[in-house]
Ligand binder design. Structure first.
Ligand code: BG6
Length: 492
């Protein structure tokens, strides 16, 4: 299992520490920003916390067993920074190291490749108090944390991710305001955060490479390929700005080691602070190019010309309790367009499977043959189990099948995709959406000792993996036979 390069296509599923572990104050863990936010901040509108969640901390063997029984050969999870460094830096918590050693060792014992993310939204409170990602000091703190993890687990973990969705995280924290530290429409904070995440990620990549641990490291981007509505007047301008805002700031720095130059004049023109951009960081980007790209694929970014009104983001954390459609209007830049031909989920997010294909083709065109993992793809919905606790989630199956078909088509068309992770392994805490919005392949009964029940989608995914493996073997056999025939013919 240790040599990813020689490995077959990876099929698995994903979770994140704060969303599934629970055990929020166990075994020396420090306080996280989400612990503080979820305990009483009025903006935590559904009132749920990750204190216990599905209690992966005590159920990890059961979850990994289930995953393996479902034919999955990889598991993506994240490490809680505050579990490893309770104060964000300095003293290491052995309790945290022991926990992740147990998880990693159990994965390997079961033939499941661990894919480990260092940061998935859950900042230690000690770092948050210093200004979090807005404060340049976080770059060194993150580098220290990354080094501790690489040193402790790098002998066994061969797939690393620095940061999960730097852009979406900054967007929620500083534009939507639904994630801590809950700022709204704050471009200065948004760009400062994204920039520091990009620098911190590049530094961690460079450290990983310097340690020569014989694995690979990437970043996970929430892929929002920009598509412009057909009746848009300023198509090129709108596309260029949105692409810088959403994608290039992360992808160019991570994949090319270059900060997108066009961004600086754009920010200055609109009075957005750029003082945090340092000349010496350009070298950091160059030295911190990723080995692969992780893409969380949910939707595209469909836009048109700005019409009128102040900058505003539209977000729905109430599900069926609200009719808000997810979107944005940025004064003088662009605004979300509504495609009358696509469906939306109950949280107002567009369902558009073809964005999988379009994103992958765009990545190939821009960044060449870089290996890509689909690190998340899934469907959030309300669910009702039958009397046996079984959930028939046909809607999820239909949706995910659509995205996977487009992924396979992109692979046929030359995209270098190495793996696919369903979001999520089991039901878990969906941030501000709480527990009502479910994503798991496995149902968790949060009211009955967190009992696990595989859903219909779990069995569908298992069968899909089996069929894929069969095709892989047949192809390998055919390839081998053709090679034999060729050699025989040559020698005749
Ligand atoms: C991804 C995140 O953006 O989407 C996950 O990496 C998250 O952490 C998932 O849970 C679903 O998002 P939401 O907002 O529907 O819970």
């Amino acid at each position: 299992m240790q040599n990813i390069e020689k490995q077959k296509f990876l099929w698995g599923s994903a979770t994140a520490a704060y969303q599934c572990e629970g055990a929020w104050d166990a075994d020396g863990k420090g306080l996280g920003e989400w612990d503080v936010f979820s305990h009483g901040n009025p903006l935590n509108i559904n009132g749920a916390t990750g204190d216990v969640s599905c209690d992966f901390y005590h159920h990890y063997e059961e979850d990994i067993d289930m995953l393996k029984a479902g034919g999955q050969n990889t598991y993506r999870f994240s490490i809680s920074w505050a579990r490893i460094l309770p104060n964000g830096r300095g003293a290491v918590n052995q309790g945290g190291i022991d926990f992740y050693n147990r998880v990693i060792d159990y994965c390997l014992k079961q033939g499941v490749e661990p894919n480990v993310t260092l940061f998935h939204y859950d900042l230690p409170e000690a770092i948050a108090k210093e200004g979090g990602w807005e404060n340049r000091a976080i770059v060194d703190a993150f580098a220290e944390y990354a080094r501790v993890c690489f040193t402790a687990f790098g002998d066994r973990v061969k797939l690393w991710v620095t940061i999960n969705e730097p852009k979406y995280y900054a967007y929620c924290s500083h534009m939507v305001g639904n994630y801590p530290p809950n700022h709204r429409h704050d471009f200065n904070r948004y760009f400062t955060t994204v920039y520091h995440e990009a620098v911190a990620s590049a530094k961690a990549v460079a450290i990983y490479h310097s340690l020569k641990l014989n694995g690979s490291i990437g970043i996970v981007h929430d892929s929002s390929n920009v598509e412009v509505a057909p009746d848009t007047k300023e198509k090129e301008r709108v596309h260029m700005i949105a692409d810088l805002f959403y994608n290039r700031i992360i992808l160019d720095t991570a994949c090319k080691g270059e900060f997108p130059g066009a961004l600086i004049p754009l920010l200055r023109k609109y009075g957005i602070d750029t003082s945090y951009i340092k000349f010496e960081d350009m070298l950091v980007f160059l030295q911190g190019k990723v080995d692969f790209l992780g893409l969380n694929v949910y939707n595209r970014f469909y836009i048109t010309d700005y019409s009128a009104g102040e900058t505003e983001v539209f977000h729905n954390n109430k599900g069926a309790g609200s009719s808000a459609k997810e979107g944005i209007r940025i004064r003088d830049w662009y605004e979300t367009a509504i495609d009358p031909n696509t469906k939306r989920n109950l949280w107002g997010r567009e369902i558009y499977p073809k964005c999988m294909y379009n994103t992958l083709m765009e990545i190939k065109e821009r960044y060449g043959d870089i290996p890509v993992y689909i690190t998340e793809n899934g469907h959030g919905c309300y669910e009702k189990p039958n009397d046996e606790g079984y959930v028939e989630d046909d809607e999820r199956i239909e949706m995910m099948q659509g995205y996977i078909d487009y992924m396979l088509k992109a692979m046929e068309d030359g995209c270098n995709v190495r793996g696919y992770y369903a979001w999520s392994t089991m039901d878990l805490y969906s941030w501000v959406n709480g527990y009502e919005k479910r994503y798991g392949l496995v149902r968790v009964d949060f009211d009955d000792h967190n009992r696990r029940y595989p859903k219909k989608s779990y069995y569908w995914f298992k069968k899909l993996i089996e069929d894929y493996r069969k095709a892989e073997e047949e192809y390998a056999f055919e390839f081998y036979m053709n090679a034999v025939i060729l050699v025989l013919k040559k020698n005749m």
